[in-house]
Design a binder for this molecule. Structure first.
Ligand code: PMP
Length: 360
């Protein structure tokens, strides 16, 4: 049967599909900034104890949400659990962005801000970071207009690892009182600084946290959004009531209870980071300061060849060349010291091949 094609909204028709480069990931995963080992065994146990009867029920997030809020010393009205931080970004865009509004982003930054905003009628305004990839603070302030409605600051930022200070975030909140300022603290555990204590005190501040990174639960899709009770009322209107499933809800208290596991993993990554950055510097590669569980490395024109060389060596890394200002740059997740030693050797071999002329 032929018919007239059903047209989507113009905004949707103009969007490309977004497919993160997954697939064949049974190698050492230094490509998506995940936990490169495993989640806490207590989380695995909590999931194992889930009954079939429990799975017949729709998920009820209330008590677990309150538990997460208490963990962060926030009121339950200030917090929602989300299907990853990605859903938090999605609902922020849905709740706050309309025609004529501006989403303000420093770039390069996390891809999904732009993708969710592209589904709204808001306009994207970007501020390119300089060559040092430091947060372009002054120019961000200068880019704020009365139409600025949402400002997303990944802190630490991805793919750069650079950070924004508490003072800078506060000044941006003050300069754009008509806008939500999202501090996306997905990589908080590897940095240690937060503005989550200011939620409620600064009316336009929102903070996102994820269980996908240090906690090692990317597959469960579990994130959290915090803001003033007033802002959260709008968020709850657009949030799907069952977007956080029962398995994720069963896992969350166990994940929060096992802080020792979290500390052990984060300590390991920080040690590995110190060693790996020294290795890269020793190999004369240009890198940028990072407070996250990844580092951006300047590979140059052969960035594709490098990614392939690493894959042959059993290690997945992420080419960021398509990001604004990132031509020739590859992002490498920091895992354990053992994993990073293997990565260093693979990189050394690559550079040796370049030097000996074995690589074009
Ligand atoms: N924010 C940033 C800065 C990220 O890098 C990522 C993950 N790549 C996310 C949010 C998404 O996290 P989640 O898995 O919780 O959706």
């Amino acid at each position: 049967m032929t018919g007239i094609a059903v047209k989507p909204r113009a905004r949707v028709a103009a969007m490309p599909e977004y497919h993160p480069p997954l697939g064949n990931r049974d190698l050492t995963r230094l490509d998506f900034n995940e936990n490169t080992l495993a989640c806490s065994p207590r989380v695995a146990e909590a999931i194992r104890l889930l009954t079939c009867e429990r799975l017949t029920k729709y998920p009820e997030r209330g008590t677990v949400e309150a538990r997460a809020a208490a963990h962060l010393r926030l009121d339950p009205e200030q917090v929602v659990l989300t299907n990853g931080v990605d859903e938090a970004i999605h609902v922020l865009c849905q709740a706050f962005l309309e025609a004529g509004d501006e989403l303000l982003l420093p770039v390069p930054t996390y891809t999904m801000y732009e993708i969710y905003a592209a589904q709204t009628d808001a306009r994207l305004v970007t501020v390119q970071a300089g060559e040092d990839f430091a947060f372009p603070y002054e120019r961000m302030l200068a880019a704020i207009t009365p139409r600025t409605k949402l400002i997303c600051i990944a802190n630490p930022n991805s793919p750069t690892g650079s950070v924004t200070t508490r003072e800078q975030i506060l000044a941006i909140c003050a300069a754009a009182p008509q806008a939500i300022v999202l501090a996306d603290e997905a990589y908080f555990h590897f940095f240690g600084e937060t503005v989550i204590d200011l939620v409620g005190q600064i009316p336009n501040l929102a903070v996102a946290r994820t269980f996908s990174k240090a906690y090692g639960l990317a597959g469960l899709r579990l994130g959290l959004l915090a803001s003033s009770a007033e802002n959260m009322r709008w968020i709850r209107r657009v949030l799907s009531p069952y977007s956080v499933n029962s398995v994720a809800l069963a896992a969350l208290p166990a994940a929060l209870d096992d802080q020792l596991y979290l500390e052990t993993y984060v300590t390991e990554v920080k040690r590995a980071r110190m060693e790996f950055l020294l290795d890269l510097t020793g190999l004369n590669l240009r890198i940028w300061p990072t407070q996250a569980n990844f580092v951006l490395v300047d590979i140059g024109a052969d960035h594709r060849g490098f990614v392939e060389h690493m894959r042959q060596a059993g290690i997945l890394v992420r080419d960021r060349s398509a990001d604004p200002g990132c031509q020739g740059l590859v992002r490498i997740t920091i895992g354990t010291r053992e994993q990073m030693r293997r990565a260093s050797i693979a990189i050394e071999n690559y550079l040796a091949q370049c030097k000996s002329g074995d690589r074009a």
